[in-house]
Design a protein around this ligand. Structure first.
Ligand SMILES: Nc1ncnc2c1ncn2[C@@H]1O[C@H](COP(=O)(O)OP(=O)(O)O)[C@@H](O)[C@H]1O
Ligand SMILES: [Mg+2]
Ligand SMILES: [Zn+2]
Length: 231
């Protein structure tokens, strides 16, 4: 398709009949309004929205720039540079006043190493209260302090923050409480470690879990001191 400057673009057509037409209309509104300034950056360019009758059927069609192929694999495994771009672009979308409400790998397309967010069918207006920057490798902040649930949960899914919780045998402990593998092991109910095999297994897991969190715990205590933590 040729734009006003005579440039040629590959496009994708999103076509809907009456049953899903309202989602496409919702999406089109966002492209034409709140997301207008982010087209070609955080979201694909939009070349128009058309509605018409085809015999007895009402058809709607949204024309978007083809922004490549959908992201492969899970969000967790994406490289760090792409993760940061995704957060930055999601942040721009929120700042523009939109919450996506269907964040998933299938709604990210990649072209020339650049990710774009797509599918605003479920999106809604949003007044973003995010108050903190996202710094990879920091301990995860309190959701309330952070201020925006969608961005917070997305950053957690990307595993960009260090967890402040320790998971052991279906129990969760606050990081600074876990001072040794014994602390974890002794938290178990006697019924959980009746046989020698169960004891061996539980102890091995306690050691492994502790090895995994020991450095983070030191860092936490150095930074914030030992707290009362909660279980
Ligand atoms: N702008 C685009 N560029 C490239 N591929 C796209 C684009 N928009 C959609 N797609 C492809 O079509 C699939 C479905 O798009 P989506 O907007 O999620 O439709 P639906 O509303 O039916 O869920 C995406 O997962 C992606 O593979
Ligand atoms: Mg979709
Ligand atoms: Zn927000």
């Amino acid at each position: 398709m040729r734009d006003n400057h005579d440039e040629v673009h590959d496009v994708v057509l999103k076509v809907a009949t009456i049953s899903s037409g309202h989602l496409l209309l919702n999406e089109a509104h966002f492209y034409e309004d709140e997301l207008l300034g982010l087209q070609g950056d955080a979201v694909p360019r939009c070349f128009g929205f058309f509605q018409g009758d085809l015999g007895l059927i009402k058809i709607s069609c949204l024309i978007l720039e083809d922004c490549g192929s959908v992201m492969e694999g899970s969000l967790y495994d994406v490289d760090i540079a792409t993760k940061l771009k995704l957060v930055e672009k999601l942040d721009k979308i929120h700042t523009a006043g939109v919450i996506h409400q269907d964040l998933a790998a299938r709604h990210i397309v990649m072209k020339d190493n650049e990710p774009y967010w797509i599918d605003f069918g479920e999106a809604a207006r949003h007044s973003c209260r995010k108050r903190m920057e996202v710094t990879p490798g920091d301990f995860s902040p309190d959701l309330h302090e952070f201020g925006c649930t969608e961005i917070y949960e997305f950053v957690e899914r990307l595993d960009l923050w260090k967890s402040i919780y320790v998971h052991y045998q279906n129990n969760v402990f606050f990081l600074d409480l876990v001072e040794s593998p014994e602390y974890l092991y002794h938290s178990l109910h006697p019924a959980q470690i009746e046989t020698e095999e169960q004891q061996d297994q539980a102890w091995r897991e306690a050691e492994e879990t502790y090895r995994f969190i020991a450095e983070d715990r030191k860092l936490w205590i150095a930074r914030y001191g030992q707290t009362q933590g909660c279980q």
